[in-house]
Structures are given as C-alpha cells and as structure tokens.
Design a protein around this ligand. Structure first.
Ligand SMILES: Cc1cc2nc3c(=O)[nH]c(=O)nc-3n(C[C@H](O)[C@H](O)[C@H](O)COP(=O)(O)OP(=O)(O)OC[C@H]3O[C@@H](n4cnc5c(N)ncnc54)[C@H](O)[C@@H]3O)c2cc1C
Length: 404
C-alpha cells in the first residue's frame, strides 16, 4: 500500500510543464485568431503532431498512467491554452476511444493510426452518435445499419448532427441501430473508412464558443462498409443482441449499456477541460485585480472583488479534486457507485461557466471586449454543461445512482 499523496510525480510534472509550455507559447497566442476565423486550426494540430502531442502514443501513455491523473492533467493544460484549439487537438481522441473500447485488436491497429495521420499529413476523426431527434435521449436514435449477407457489407442510412470533426474527418465512427426493438441495447458502432461514397457533410454550425472546433451534420445515404467495419465483429454483436433479447423477454436484471458506461468513464476528462478554462479565466482576473487601480488602490483591495477571487480559486480546486478522484477511481477499477464520474463533470462544468462570468465582471468594461480573453473563455465554457451529457442528464445519472 502506497502512502496517500496528491503530489504529482516527477514524470507527471515534466509532462505537465511541457504541455503548459505548448499551451502558453503556441495555443494561447493563436486563440483569438482561430476563434474569429471559426476554422479548424490545421497548422496548430500539425505543430502538436510534430512534437508528439497529437498522437495515439501520447494519449495511450497518459491513459495508462497508473495514478489515473495523466489524462486530466493533459486536458487541463491544453484547455487552459484555449478550448476551441484544444478540442481540435483532442477531438480525435473521442473517436479513438470508441474504437479502443469496442474494437478488436485488428480494428484498433488498422483504424486508429488513420485517425491521426502523421506530422506531414495530419488527419482527424469524428464520433457520430447524436441526431436531430436523439440528443440526451440516445435511445430514440434512427440511423439504421442493415446487414447485406450476400456481400458481407453493412448499409448505413441516417443523419447525424453536432459531430465534432464531422465531414472533415478521415475516419468516422458512427453509432447506428441494428435492432430497433432493443432501444439503446440494439445499437452498434461502425467505422466508415476514408472517402466512402454516401457519407457527406451537412450543415456546419456557427457556434457561440469553441469556434476553432468544427461541428457539423453528417449525412449517411446508402453508405456501404465491409463487415470488418462493425466494431467488435459480428459474432460478438449477435451474442450481445441475443442476451439483450433474452433479458427483454424474461424481464431480467437491467444490463448496463456499454456505451453509457464508456461515457461515464470519459466524463472526468470533460471535467478536466472545464477546470482548464476556469483556471485560465481566474488567472487573468487575478492578475487584472492586482494591477487595475480605481479610487487610488488596486481593485483587489476591495473585499467585494477579493472574496469573488477567493471563491473562484476554491471552487476550481474543488472541481479538480472531484475530477482527480473520478479519474483515479476509473484507473483503479473502482465502480462509480455514486456516479462519481458524472459528479465531477457536473460540478467542473458549472464552475467553469460561473468562474468565467465572474472574470468578466472583475475586468469590467475590458472583460466585455475582445481585447481580453475572458469573454471568449466564457463563451467557450458554456459547452461543458451541454456536451457529453447536459448538467440535467448528469443530475439524473447521479440521482438514479443514489436511489438504487
Ligand atoms: C459543440 C458541440 C460538439 C458536440 N460534439 C459531439 C460529437 O462529437 N459527437 C456526438 O455524437 N455529439 C456531439 N455533440 C452533441 C451533444 O452531446 C448534445 O448536444 C447533447 O447530448 C444534448 O443533446 P441535445 O442538444 O439534443 O439537447 P436535448 O436533449 O434536446 O436537451 C435540451 C434541454 O433539455 C434538457 N433535458 C433533456 N431531457 C431531460 C430530462 N429527461 N430531464 C431534464 N432535462 C432534460 C437538457 O438538459 C437540455 O437542457 C456536440 C454538441 C455540441 C454543441
């Protein structure tokens, strides 16, 4: 039994400082420009690829950090730089996790490298689950995948929406219904390889924040993919569907949906992104409060300002501790009995929204302009209470866990 510690070890500190340097020197200076352009910052993704920050190896290393803190630490630093650019850098990871969680070794080896490309030719990937009529209510998904046995191909039809990197991705991971009677238990995930006919980008959304990250509809019209693109393979799917049908018939114990369990595990990472944005805005506000003079003294000398900063710092640390606890639990294989993953995402995302709003207030008129970064950080922060399950959905998950 090791001694209890919240200290980062030397390796972790080194990685943190290296990422912080990249966030401060490369991401932060480019943030305003890519926010205005509302375009994927390809040159910055490429720079990250050159340094090894945009690669499967890097994420795998952080993921396998035995303390569980590798991923949240990396997310916090990159999102401290800028949320839109950082999401462009880590968005591929969402699709990669979809393959790592459900794919065979062969599928992982074939598709994940194609998601990233290499430093001379970077690629991105998209994870497409949400639909116009299936956001929080994933079970009402309509995109269908039908098996064409004669050709050993799956045929996908439907419209996905809100897909990060949708339509510009080299590889799309698409969740589709294979058995409509089983609700979310009748879903399966498919790889759509590069340049597959029938997949096209629909509307690209103009957003409130994280504008450097591409978000779009993905339209699937008779998209044919080989049988080998069904993640996990057909035997495993048939076995899983048979089990779900049996449970539905006999009314057996509720089986936890695998996709939902994956989401629950990935939520601390979103919490860590929110901590990064909150910390960034807090630091700008603290610095400003120390230097802005009104009534003959720095504004931080007013308790009304200083107490706001005290609350901001305290809530950011509390959010980080919830994120670290959940990440440690996930790595240690401890079940989220009280939905601790959701707790961390709920709290950190709400903290990011309110701390960035307080930062605008502390900067006064300057906070409201694009001369200072806090208005952008506030726009960016609004995403955290929406994607990967809204705050209301997190409260549903937590309260259900408590009521069990
Ligand atoms: C920038 C961005 C990027 C995204 N990236 C991806 C991606 O890469 N891949 C992907 O698949 N999806 C992605 N999403 C989709 C995202 O996960 C959904 O927007 C989210 O799940 C909410 O779904 P919805 O927008 O349809 O809202 P709705 O489900 O329609 O919810 C609307 C409101 O009603 C509330 N609500 C709904 N049901 C209940 C309930 N039972 N009780 C109480 N309140 C309720 C919600 O909390 C919310 O406040 C992204 C979204 C955005 C905005």
């Amino acid at each position: 039994m090791g001694e209890f510690t919240l200290d980062l070890n030397e390796d972790q500190k080194q990685v943190r400082d290296w990422l912080h340097g990249f966030a401060a020197d490369v991401i932060r200076p480019a943030a305003a420009e890519w926010d205005e352009r509302e375009e994927t910052p390809w040159p910055i993704i490429q720079e990250a690829a050159k340094l090894g920050i945009y690669s499967l190896d890097f994420y795998a290393q952080q993921f396998f950090d035995p303390t569980g803190l590798g991923i949240p630490m990396a997310m916090e630093e990159l999102f401290w730089g800028d949320a839109g650019i950082a999401l462009s850098i880590v968005g591929t990871g969402l699709a990669a996790v979809g393959v790592l969680a459900n794919g065979t070794e062969e599928q992982i080896g074939t598709w994940v490298p194609q998601m990233y490309g290499d430093a001379t030719d970077v690629k991105v990937a998209a994870f497409c689950s949400s639909e116009p009529d299936a956001g929080s209510d994933v079970a009402s998904m309509r995109t269908r995948a039908v098996y064409d046995e004669a050709k050993d191909e799956w045929v996908l039809n439907g419209t996905k929406t809100w897909a990060t990197n949708g339509g510009i991705a080299n590889v799309h991971v698409v969740v589709a219904v294979v058995d409509a009677e089983l609700g979310s238990k009748g879903h399966a995930s498919f790889i759509v390889p590069p340049n597959t006919p029938g997949l096209s980008q629909g509307q690209k959304f103009q957003k409130h924040g994280i504008r450097a990250s591409h978000t779009a509809e993905v339209v699937l019209e008779d998209v044919r993919v080989p049988g080998s693109c069904l993640l996990g393979g057909k035997d495993k799917l048939d076995e899983r569907l048979a089990r779900a049908r049996e449970k539905a018939r006999t009314g057996g114990e509720r089986v936890k949906n695998a996709a939902m369990a994956t989401f629950e595990a990935s939520r601390p990472a979103v919490g860590a992104m929110a901590v990064g944005t909150a910390r960034a805005a807090y630091e700008v506000a603290l610095d400003y409060a120390k230097t802005r003079v009104q009534f003959g003294r720095p504004i931080i000398e007013n308790q009304g300002v200083a107490f706001q900063l005290a609350d901001m710092a305290t809530r950011i640390d509390a959010a980080r501790l919830l994120v670290w606890r959940a990440s440690w639990m996930a790595t240690a294989g401890k079940p989220f009995t009280n939905a601790e993953g959701s707790m961390s995402k709920l709290y950190a995302s709400e903290v990011a929204k309110s701390v960035t709003a307080q930062a605008i207030q502390i900067l006064g008129g300057n906070g409201y302009t694009r001369e200072y970064p806090v208005e952008r950080m506030h726009r960016d922060a609004a995403i955290y209470t929406i994607f990967e399950g809204t705050s209301e959905i997190q409260r549903m998950v937590i309260s259900r866990a408590l009521a069990r």
